[in-house]
Design a protein around this ligand. Structure first.
Ligand SMILES: *Cc1c(COP(=O)(O)O)cnc(C)c1O
Length: 440
């Protein structure tokens, strides 16, 4: 009998990961080797129990520390109709960036009034659509958008949040910072006053409050606290000046995920505790009524619940240099490591021999025509052979939405597993799918 703690890497796999009596990796009571056989590889596997418990963790940990909280899942991390349905069932809202995401939410039957819409370059059509469906909030990003919105709204009344760029460094990968002064997102400090004045004067806009989003993969709470401080101070000024009351404050998403065995971020509870305390305390000092708090997790909900299965193909040893292991996927199904480097490093195990000792050093590649087609550099694994099933952890967030069809690769299928049952929630792409938009 193998126990989970004997294999440290399983700590970063989905919650229900275990080694079954065949010595194979099982998730949600399903043997992953059998899943690979049934659905083919590459294959994304999501642990439904893990997904739901992350949703509940946010609701519980923020809910018990702060009186009015909305948790809004950011579907850009992983957009699938089944996922949006699950999120709706768990009572979360959505935080979308494009009309595409809005359309998918509608198709999944997501309640439109529970949708919030940031996005740094919304089109006329997107704003129109948001108004037509009466979504919860349009989150105004810039002055141009504000003008356009006032024109489009006409006589209708639209509820908005104003996205402020608080100029706070979240200490994460530079591609993942969104709230530093030098950013394309939100209103720069110099535009705050004009935006607020214009929005408050517009009879067709209901200014509910403010929004910020600092970045993704944050391990520290201080950036949130600094941004909250800046925004609440500003809200207090506006109260004096315009008798404006902040009713809603969105602090965006960004809480970091454990991708590696040795790199553990603080739990959601730690962030919730410090954030709730900060808002409550500052509101008391500044004589503001504590606003409704919106928290927008994406990565933290989906990343750990998802993993990818690959079949090992060619193993090429170049003595004294490295051993290349090619899989049947690559940067077409997970480009994150190629994009962000070690920051996006993931762990892996051999699904059909989970307990074997990690004796050999390999670099895991895909099958695409790019030397940058790498999934993991220099990872210790048991001695590999062709046909082994490689399970890569932490692929539930941002891997699937960033897939591509380079080399006419067909995008993998996705299954949800729970209580020993697997259900296909997205079929594998076919070559016919790839040609569907081509005209003769
Ligand atoms: C991307 C994004 C999020 C989610 O970020 P995570 O790091 O995945 O939690 C939340 N809010 C906004 C506005 C975003 O752009």
């Amino acid at each position: 009998m193998v126990i989970k703690s004997d294999i440290p890497r399983l700590a970063v796999f989905p919650q229900t990961a275990e080694v079954n009596n065949k010595g194979n990796l099982a998730i949600g009571g399903c043997d992953t080797v059998a899943l690979a056989k049934e659905y083919g590889t590459p294959l994304y596997v999501f642990d439904e129990t893990d997904l739901r418990s992350r949703c509940r963790e946010y609701k519980t940990e923020f809910g018990k520390r702060y009186p009015k909280v909305i948790i809004a899942y950011s579907p850009k991390a992983f957009t699938a109709k089944a996922m949006l349905k699950l999120v709706a069932e768990e009572g979360l809202d959505l935080d979308i960036v494009t009309s595409g995401e809005m359309s998918i939410a509608r198709a999944a039957g997501f309640p439109m009034e529970r949708i919030h819409f940031p996005g740094n370059n919304k089109s006329f059509d997107e704003l129109n659509m948001a108004m037509k469906y009466h979504i919860g909030h349009i989150v105004v990003d810039n002055l141009q958008e504000l003008d356009m919105l006032i024109k489009i709204a006409g006589r209708k009344k639209v509820k908005i949040l104003i996205r402020l760029n608080p100029g706070v460094d979240p200490h994460t990968h530079k591609y993942n910072t969104t709230g530093i002064a030098d950013s394309k997102f939100g209103l720069p400090r110099g535009d705050w006053d004009e935006a607020v004045r214009t929005a408050l004067l517009a009879k067709n806009l209901g200014v509910d409050g403010f929004h910020f989003h600092l970045g993704s993969g944050l391990f520290e709470v201080e950036p949130y606290l600094n941004a909250i401080d800046a925004v609440l101070k500003y809200a207090a000024e506006l109260k004096k000046k315009y008798n404006f009351e902040i009713r809603t404050l969105s602090i965006g998403g960004g809480i970091g995920v454990q991708y590696l065995v040795g790199k553990v971020p603080p739990p959601v509870a730690y962030f919730a505790e410090a954030i709730a305390k900060k808002i409550t305390g500052r509101c008391r000092e500044l004589k503001l009524t504590p606003p409704m708090l919106i928290v927008e997790p994406g990565r933290k909900i989906a990343a750990r619940a998802g993993m990818t299965l690959y079949t090992v193909g060619v193993i090429k040893e170049i003595p004294g240099i490295r051993t290349y292991v090619s899989t049947d996927g690559g940067i077409s199904d997970n480009i994150r490591y190629a994009m962000y480097g070690e920051f996006a490093r993931q762990e892996a195990v051999i699904a059909n021999r989970v307990s074997a000792r990690n004796t050999n050093k390999y670099t895991i590649y895909g099958k695409l025509c790019e030397s940058g087609d790498v999934l993991i550099y220099d990872i210790m694994l048991p001695k590999l052979k062709a046909g082994d099933i490689l399970a890569v952890s932490g692929s539930g967030a941002y891997s699937i939405p960033m897939q591509n069809n380079y080399n006419s690769m067909c995008r993998p299928a996705i299954v949800f597993v729970k209580d020993g049952k697997a259900r296909l929630i997205r079929r594998r792409e076919t070559v016919e799918d790839l040609m569907q938009r081509d005209l003769d």
